[in-house]
Unconditional design. Structure first.
Ligand code: AQP
Length: 337
């Protein structure tokens, strides 16, 4: 099984990225051939400062490695190191119905939150589909927000194959039946961990770099504390039961505490006796317990930029070999020598 996924270097990575996606990346590196990349072309939609773009790309690579990604098991690379992705993006775009992009949830949400509706943001799902299809991925571990994008990638792969592969039958995409040809573009499947499908940010919206509501994995300790202490709550008194479990603080505790500790929180949350301040302290402790070892690795790796670059170059070479193979077939199919 080939596994592929990426994270945008559009800001410092956060616990939503970790629980929604990167934790699975690390688990899956032992279960198949894994390709993980830093989506630095995608990040240009929001990062318009060249120095910062480079710094965030390196930071995302360090984050992957600090969280346990092993470059001997998985291929780790920068999206921009494999230029074929931009070529496939264009070719694929020629079969993409504009109406699909107009109903993309992620695009609509971002525009509704005030992010500029530039072409890059609009066409984001096409580049994402190219990212996936270029490496013939079977499974794409993602958070819930990305499921629609994977469905688009499947639909567009079918459109491309139907158009350009003689003997292709969408009902038999791998060409297992006699007389059918396999598609050039393989159909991927989303791999979502339901329990952590959407991690809330400190304001209750989806945790997102562009909403400024994140808990950064390797942020300044003072900042983490300040952010945890500012998680949105109501003003229920300390001794009273909390009116709802539909609250970001409750969800974050559920996500980060071991089950037995969370059971205690759940009991007092519903029966009363503890205040939001106590729960925030508990969350801060859990944050440190969970991420301190990775934070130490992050500091060590950061001190050796040569080694990081070597890992990325090696990953780029391995990823390029795959991309070249696929693009040869795509170019031939569409008539571009
Ligand atoms: N809050 C979240 N809950 C669960 N999963 C999440 N992911 C991101 N936020 C959450 C998952 O992390 C992977 C990488 O995401 P990304 O950085 O490439 O893009 P994103 O989903 O758009 O993340 P952000 O923080 O919201 O970035 P910006 O603001 O720059 O667009 C994906 O698998 C995603 O599902």
């Amino acid at each position: 099984m080939r596994i592929l996924s990426g994270v945008q270097s559009s800001g410092r990575l956060h616990i939503g990225n970790y629980y929604g996606a990167m934790r699975q990346f690390v688990q899956l590196q032992d279960q198949g051939e894994a390709y993980y990349f830093i989506a630095n072309y995608h990040a240009l939609n929001t990062v318009r400062d060249p120095k910062l773009a480079q710094e965030l790309t390196r930071d995302a690579a360090l984050t992957y490695l600090s969280l346990g990604l092993d470059p001997k098991k998985a291929v780790l690379f920068r999206q921009s190191d494999v230029k074929e992705v931009a070529e496939l993006y264009w070719i694929l775009g020629t079969v993409v119905p504009q109406s699909n992009l107009e109903r993309a949830h992620s695009y609509k949400d971002k525009v509704a939150q005030g992010i500029s509706p530039d072409f890059g943001l609009f066409a984001y799902p096409v580049l994402m589909a190219a990212d996936i299809l270029l490496y013939s991925a079977d499974a794409v571990p993602v958070g819930k927000d990305q499921i629609q994008h994977i469905e688009f990638a499947r639909d567009w792969a079918v459109k491309f194959n139907t158009q350009y592969v003689p003997g292709y039958d969408p009902a038999d995409p791998e060409g297992k039946e006699r007389g059918h040809a396999p598609g050039i573009l393989k159909l991927p499947a989303a791999h979502v961990q339901e329990s952590t499908a959407t991690v809330p940010g400190i304001d209750g919206r989806k945790m997102s770099k562009s909403y400024g509501n994140t808990l950064e994995l390797f942020g300044e300790e003072k900042d983490i504390k300040k952010r945890i202490m500012s998680i949105k709550t109501d003003s229920t008194p300390v001794e009273a039961p909390k009116p709802t479990t539909d609250a970001p603080l409750y969800d974050l505790l559920k996500l980060m505490l071991p089950a037995s500790e969370f059971a205690e929180v759940d009991a007092t949350w519903k029966a009363g006796g503890k205040g939001y301040g106590d729960y925030k302290k508990k969350l801060l402790e859990a944050f440190h317990t969970t991420f301190t070892p990775a934070r130490q690795r992050y500091a060590e790796l950061r001190a050796d930029p040569g080694e990081l670059e070597r890992i990325l170059q090696d990953g780029a070479q391995r990823a390029r070999a795959e991309a070249t193979r696929l693009m040869d077939q795509v170019r031939k199919a569409v008539g571009i020598p």
